[in-house]
Design a protein around this ligand. Sequence first.
Ligand SMILES: Cc1cc2nc3c(=O)[nH]c(=O)nc-3n(C[C@H](O)[C@H](O)[C@H](O)COP(=O)(O)OP(=O)(O)OC[C@H]3O[C@@H](n4cnc5c(N)ncnc54)[C@H](O)[C@@H]3O)c2cc1C
Length: 333
Amino acid sequence: MRRTLYDDDHEAFRASVRTFVDKEIAPHVDQWSTAGITPRELFTTAGKQGLLGIDVPEEYGGGRVPDFRFNAVLGEELVRAPDAGAGLGIALHNDICVPYFLSYCTEEQKQRWLPGIASGELVTAIGMTEPGIGSDLASMTTTAIRDGDHYVVNGAKTFITNGIHADLVITAVKTDPRHRHRGMSLLILERGMAGFTRGRNLDKLGQHAQDTAELFFDDVHVPVGNLLGPKEGQGFVQLDENLPRERLSIAIAAVALRAGRLITRSPNSGFGTGSAPAPSAPMPIISAPVSPSRRGIRAGSRTVEGPAPGASTCSAGVAGGGVPNPTRDMSAG
Ligand SMILES: Cc1cc2nc3c(=O)[nH]c(=O)nc-3n(C[C@H](O)[C@H](O)[C@H](O)COP(=O)(O)OP(=O)(O)OC[C@H]3O[C@@H](n4cnc5c(N)ncnc54)[C@H](O)[C@@H]3O)c2cc1C
């Protein structure tokens, strides 16, 4: 049965993502799973094919379509790869990190970072979790103390998706350690800053091809121009505004993964390459949980599909057909 969430443009985009997954990811997954990481070039290849920065305005080299259903299609197709972790970094970059840059960057910051984010030259990550601090984020202990034109950052993060490849890490810090939520800010830490080092690429139970790493900050001097938002103390609110889209992205991947595995296990489907035996329970019974989850995703995708704050110039792309512009890099040069 055709899903009503998507129209012909989304399905055309799905076909191009499938080609990307079949050609650029699937043949290499075993090797990447063993290595525990995808090659960095996967991001630039995805960028050239118009799969990064879908909702980034065209003036910054993006796909100019603030329609989260394209992100959803990408997320659903990326988990078709034999190791679902192989495309996870791309989904995190697009779905979870990009909104912070669109919503909170100054014009100067946008010009500095968005073109690289859309092309894949700049890989992004978000660092919230610390050793010993997960759900209770306001207890985080990484500090950023103002010293003239810089913040001096000290602390550590762990479980950071894209941690090894990341060039730009949206880092949750305490600019005022006396406070919990009100003391938090988001700072962009950049590859190459003195005192910013990577720790282990962590072993996981699944998602073996996705790098998930520790990050360490030892007196890292970060320019005040790398603060996200107009003033300190906005970090918790900024996270709160964007975590729903993160949860939706994770849900889309999880439901697609489950639906795909069920189809893969169907003896008649011809989908996928799974060699698992046919399910012992009838398909309608074991696939039942997927439908309500898809209804939730439909509602969620429609809720977030409006233009991102500060991205009003994107509307031209929707009026012009609503398909991300896959040739943007070629025209850029
Ligand atoms: C593969 C992977 C990738 C990740 N990528 C990132 C990333 O890119 N960036 C990042 O910052 N983090 C990342 N994380 C970390 C992830 O966000 C944390 O694991 C998560 O925030 C939970 O923290 P925790 O593991 O310390 O669990 P805990 O906070 O210790 O929670 C353990 C359990 O207790 C429950 N619990 C906690 N507090 C309460 C409470 N007050 N009441 C009731 N129940 C409670 C939780 O729901 C959970 O079930 C990643 C983790 C994994 C596994």
